[in-house]
Design a protein around this ligand. Sequence first.
Ligand SMILES: Cc1cc2nc3c(=O)[nH]c(=O)nc-3n(C[C@H](O)[C@H](O)[C@H](O)COP(=O)(O)OP(=O)(O)OC[C@H]3O[C@@H](n4cnc5c(N)ncnc54)[C@H](O)[C@@H]3O)c2cc1C
Ligand SMILES: *[C@@H]1O[C@H](CO)[C@@H](O)[C@H](O)[C@H]1NC(C)=O
Ligand SMILES: *[C@@H]1O[C@H](CO)[C@@H](O)[C@H](O)[C@H]1NC(C)=O
Length: 503
Amino acid sequence: MQLSAALPSMLTGFILCSLRATALQDLRHPPNRIAVVGAGIGGTSAAYFLRQKFGHHVQIDIFEKGEIGGRLSVIEMEGNHYEAGGSVIHPLNLHMKSFVKELGLKTRLPNGDLVGIYNGDEFVFQESEWYLINVIKMIWNYGLNFLRMHMWVEDILDKFMRIYRYQTFDYSFSNTESLLHAIGGDDFITKVNVTIDEAMQKSGFSQRFIDEIVVPAMRVNYGQGAKVNGFVGAVSLAGTDSGLWAVEGGNKLVCTGLLYASKAQLVQGTVTSVQEKVRPTKSGNKVRLYEVNYETDKGPTLDMYDIVIIATPLTKELGNIKFLGFDPPIETVSKPYHQTVATFVHGRINTSFFGCPKPCQFSVSEILTTDGPNLFINSIGPVYPVKPGTKHEISKASDIKVWKVFSPEPLTDEQLRRLFESYHAVIVKDWLAYPEYSPPEKLPPVILHHDIYYVNSIEWAASAMEMSAISAKNVALLSYHRWYGKEGQIDQENLAERLKSEL
Ligand SMILES: Cc1cc2nc3c(=O)[nH]c(=O)nc-3n(C[C@H](O)[C@H](O)[C@H](O)COP(=O)(O)OP(=O)(O)OC[C@H]3O[C@@H](n4cnc5c(N)ncnc54)[C@H](O)[C@@H]3O)c2cc1C
Ligand SMILES: *[C@@H]1O[C@H](CO)[C@@H](O)[C@H](O)[C@H]1NC(C)=O
Ligand SMILES: *[C@@H]1O[C@H](CO)[C@@H](O)[C@H](O)[C@H]1NC(C)=O
């Protein structure tokens, strides 16, 4: 009895000893517990990828102080739900696409409302229902700039798509710069360090085109103008492509779905601090653990983790997590996030406001704006419930319906009364939405400490759902390879060339 019990352990002991020389890394014990802070798309997709990498034994706890989904959220107005935060997804966002497929969710396509661009005095551009008229207008006003923009964005997108191959082949990057460099070379690094204005001027786009077409796209997507960096600018311009989609029932269903699929445990609470603890083990070695302190309804408490993933912006207003007792100290980036207010209004637009007194007919309804001096809004456009419904007709600006207004500050009553001829319901969602971009700037680190990782570093290159998901997968791979000492899967050069021959 005793012998037979001892035998297997002697055997394993023997096997372990003989293996140690050849494959030490494979014998490192798996982590017991991983903490993920934040249950937005970054945190929930991190939990999902961590589960894939580390297997089903590790305990994954995901902390959330607010609602699952974070900046993916819906508001309710008169019984219907509308996307209030991140709303559209590009057709080539492959992680988002595969989540939706894996989770059995359905997609929803936008309505195809016509776009007008208003400069404070008049419309500088109005899209028509007729394709040919659009082409003629574009060429008449901007020469070949539209076509060139399409090619410029496509070239960037082409390179961007490399990240999916690298990740499929298990490669990871220890900082955001090397991730960008691996997919787009020096060109991508430079794009992050210049403004979209500089980047496009250098590529020969006309200033008029930049002011009247590019800037409005930045304002509607990032609440900021020509001063955002060239990379986030390109991401924003990709948002003018066709085929954009959203998730039926609300984009945040991806987060609840990933949370469930990851079998992570949700802890409703606010993480206040993380502290390093070095503990002796039974065998006399030392082990590094992180003490995560957090507050729940029941008061302050703490737990110990092997790996900590931070999946929230680390600003005072958003993340506000203290890293205690680290030497050297962990510098958290406290640069501000940009305020964007989304105001939902059920009513009728005052068309005179847009230089078109009654009786006025203009066919556009998705109104973007240039960097005009008198404008207190970034954009206004019709929104549709997240639930599938009847097919909506193309809206006109003069229709009574639900509008979403983006502005840099909350709208005053006086501004609402000027913007709307009449209205009967208003809901305001005030966001710290995305970084306040001001290139050139240093991107925050991804590795904050030996086993602490920062998913939201990538937002300083560009903030979008897919960017968070890409970074989450990178962090899952990176933490895994670092845990098991697989240096060959980290920061490899020339992956594009090398993977060509691997297929
Ligand atoms: C108005 C608006 C429009 C946008 N439009 C688009 C779009 O059309 N397409 C697109 O792709 N992207 C869009 N974005 C950007 C996109 O929404 C974000 O990039 C993305 O949702 C970020 O996800 P995340 O998980 O990284 O961060 P978040 O969603 O911010 O998640 C972080 C989570 O961490 C929680 N948290 C923070 N601190 C703590 C703590 N100390 N303890 C516990 N929990 C904590 C927060 O409550 C939050 O839930 C938009 C954003 C906004 C605001
Ligand atoms: C509509 O807008 C015009 C121009 O800004 C303004 O003069 C007028 O007062 C507004 N109409 C209403 C009903 O407020
Ligand atoms: C970008 O600019 C910042 C600030 O000037 C600098 O620290 C950083 O090294 C630059 N990055 C690159 C890759 O040029």
